[in-house]
Design a protein around this ligand. Structure first.
Ligand SMILES: [Zn+2]
Length: 173
């Protein structure tokens, strides 16, 4: 059974007070459990073979574990669109938290959406997720611009961040 669903069952034992929902992992797990658990299951089912059962971020094998991550963090864009989902280790997802991912991740995500977006969007539209590729990319560009303007940091990898630089915006061109 995927870690995603173990995570859901663990969180389900906790009080659902909003104060507990302080990480992206918990937010998506709990919210999905309450709304459409089948939807989260479907996201993992669709993404796992497309990612070759590997973590989107560190590229190591998931070995049938993994959690669904919002590439643009939920705190920046509180809406589930099909192309914003990636599958990742819970450790990678938890370390990334509310940060935007760095350049190599952004390039890989944009390329994934270009190459496999139609397939992902079609599969996930069956369980009610919107595709909206143009809007998703526009929101991403906005979020990266915001982080650069506020002199924030991008998440590069586990315990590794870098100061946000406008160079990353070239990925959108
Ligand atoms: Zn990973």
């Amino acid at each position: 059974m995927a870690a995603t669903f173990r995570t859901v069952s663990v969180h389900n034992k906790l009080p659902r007070a909003s104060a507990r929902l302080d990480t992206p992992v918990e937010r998506i797990c709990c919210r999905r459990f309450i709304t459409t658990r089948a939807g989260l299951q479907k996201v993992a089912y669709v993404l796992r073979p497309l990612q070759d059962d590997s973590c989107f971020f560190c590229r190591e094998k998931l070995r049938n574990a993994g959690v669904v991550d919002h590439f643009i963090p939920w705190s920046r864009y509180p809406r589930d669109t099909a192309l914003n989902f990636v599958l990742a280790h819970s450790v990678c997802n938890g370390d990334k938290r509310d940060l935007l991912a760095g350049q190599s991740h952004l390039e890989r995500w944009l390329e994934r959406n270009e190459r496999q977006g139609a397939e992902v969007g079609e599969a996930l539209s069956e369980v009610g997720f919107l595709m909206e590729p143009a809007v998703t990319t526009m929101i991403a560009r906005w979020a990266y611009n915001q982080t650069i303007a506020s002199e924030g940091h991008f998440w590069v990898g586990y315990k590794n961040t870098e100061k946000a630089s406008a160079d990353i915006l070239r990925a959108f061109s």
